[in-house]
Design a protein around this ligand. Structure first.
Ligand code: NAD
Length: 439
């Protein structure tokens, strides 16, 4: 099929390349000319494992091209995926839909007869109904333009495999024709047994925000329990292992630590609450305010632990920060808990040097006043305290004895509860986790 992918960020660029990988002719579109130029040259504008290979392969196959022109997209595509950002409104909790609206409204005059627009961005329930009404106004009645919603569940760090082999496909389809087009488009996934759930537009929109609300709640649940563990001397890691054996609970997303961040969960739960308020059912999601607050409290807790561990004041201390990305295997620093903590510690007068395997450039753009180092040993030179804030594999494999020779004081906070406490202790480090008083 001839498809376009509009918005080639973390989601769209991977979607475009993967759709070409399964045999479609794909045109990627973005307003960011530098990003489009990089992608067309085969240079990924962000770090995502395996993406570079798929991008190179599909560019070479001739099935993937890029443009900044919506008119070209309209002329080319039978199916148009909308993958632009839906950030938090500045000055509010709702989702800022201006990019989604700009794409759909901008594309309307250029659409081919019978074109299908498919939203992938995460949007508040009711968005696709409003856009359907807009399209009815903006396109001739006999043009037979339709709009479906197909929310995306990919995880950064696993984006390629999640796109090629998703754990499910969810499609809000306005007609059996739209459903048929998407089944054909995703045929290789359906043949591989990927569950395909076809529903109405509102349910499809709600599936995505509900999934994110559930995941956020699960993380904040275990972080709330970590607070109780801290107050009682219990160990949250053992507790999570123990309750995680119950298959109704499961161990995943039950790791207490610094909490969630990134370009999705924080803004999505806030937008969900804002939308519920608009619908007059705000009470139903009031608990998400607690989920959000528990999550933000983790960051303050780590700053406070850091202050206490260096003797009551961070002023004039050297603090090494391991990790800047919001999660490992990504260079995405949007709402990164690690950078939030690093900046707060610097504000208290410490000199902060940050290491990250992939995210230093993005981190420097977001927080130019922090210092950065490309090697862990450089970041830790003369440190009075080391903070482990993003659980990259390479940090798990650090040699505590060797690092002990570099720092001024062998003290570390493992804010991801991912390091081996005994290994660090036997190399004479003072190591603290979150909710791990007993360990
Ligand atoms: P992003 O910021 O990385 O990418 C958005 C892209 O859209 C940017 O390249 C931007 O230049 C482009 N854009 C903005 N306005 C445009 C316009 N008018 N025309 C063409 N391009 C335009 O964001 P992202 O992380 O890829 O997220 C996109 C959407 O997908 C969001 O709604 C997000 O919540 C959702 N989502 C993201 C992920 C993820 O892991 N990143 C996962 C699932 C869902």
């Amino acid at each position: 099929m001839r498809i376009t992918v509009i918005g080639t960020g973390y989601l769209g660029a991977v979607h475009a390349a993967c759709m070409a990988e399964i045999g479609h002719d794909v045109l990627g579109v973005d307003v960011d000319a530098a990003k489009i130029e990089a992608l067309a040259d085969g240079r990924p504008p962000f770090y995502e494992p395996g993406f570079s290979e798929v991008l190179t392969r599909t560019l070479e196959s001739g099935r993937l091209r890029f443009t900044t022109s919506l008119a070209e997209a309209g002329e080319f595509g039978e199916v148009h995926f909308v993958c632009v950002g839906t950030p938090q409104l500045s000055g509010g909790h709702g989702a800022d839909l201006r990019h989604v609206n700009a794409v759909v409204h901008g594309l309307a005059p250029h659409l081919q007869h019978g074109a299908l627009i498919v939203g992938k961005s995460t949007v508040p329930v009711g968005t696709s109904a409003a856009l359907t009404a807009d399209l009815a106004r903006l396109t001739p009645a006999d043009a037979e333009i339709e709009l479906a919603w197909n929310p995306e569940f990919l995880r950064e760090g696993f984006a390629v495999q999640d796109t090629l082999r998703p754990d499910r496909l969810v499609v809000g389809a306005p007609s059996t024709r739209a459903d048929g087009i998407l089944r054909e488009l995703y045929a290789p996934m359906l043949e591989a047994g990927v569950p395909y759930i076809c529903t109405d537009l509102s349910t499809a929109e709600l599936v995505k925000v509900s999934a994110n609300a559930f995941l956020a709640t699960k993380i904040s649940f275990i972080n709330a329990i970590a607070e109780i563990c801290d107050a009682t001397g219990a160990d949250v890691v053992t507790l999570a292992d123990a309750i995680g054996h119950d298959t109704r609970i499961g161990r995943r997303f039950l790791s207490a630590g610094l909490g969630f961040g990134g370009g999705c969960l924080p803004k999505d739960i806030r937008a969900f609450m804002a939308r519920a308020n608009e619908l007059g059912v705000g009470q139903a999601l009031e608990f998400l305010a607690d989920v959000d607050e528990i999550n933000m409290r983790r960051r303050h807790r780590v700053v406070e632990m850091a202050r206490q561990l260096v003797g009551g004041s961070l002023l004039g201390r050297n603090v090494a920060v391991l990790g800047a990305a919001f999660k490992p295997d990504s260079d995405d620093v949007r709402d990164s808990p690690a950078l939030h903590v690093a900046a707060a510690i610097r504000l208290q007068g410490a000199a902060v040097r940050v290491h990250d395997p992939k995210a230093i450039d993005n981190a420097r753009t977001a927080h130019p006043s922090l210092d950065y180092a490309h090697e862990v040993s450089k970041a830790c030179e003369n440190a009075d305290l080391v903070l482990h804030l993003t659980e990259w594999q390479e940090y798990r494999e650090l040699d505590p004895a060797a690092l002990g020779k570099v720092v001024r004081q062998p003290r570390i906070i493992d804010a991801r509860n991912a390091l081996h406490l005994d290994r660090w202790r036997s190399a004479n480090w003072t190591i603290r986790g979150l909710g791990r008083a007993a360990a």
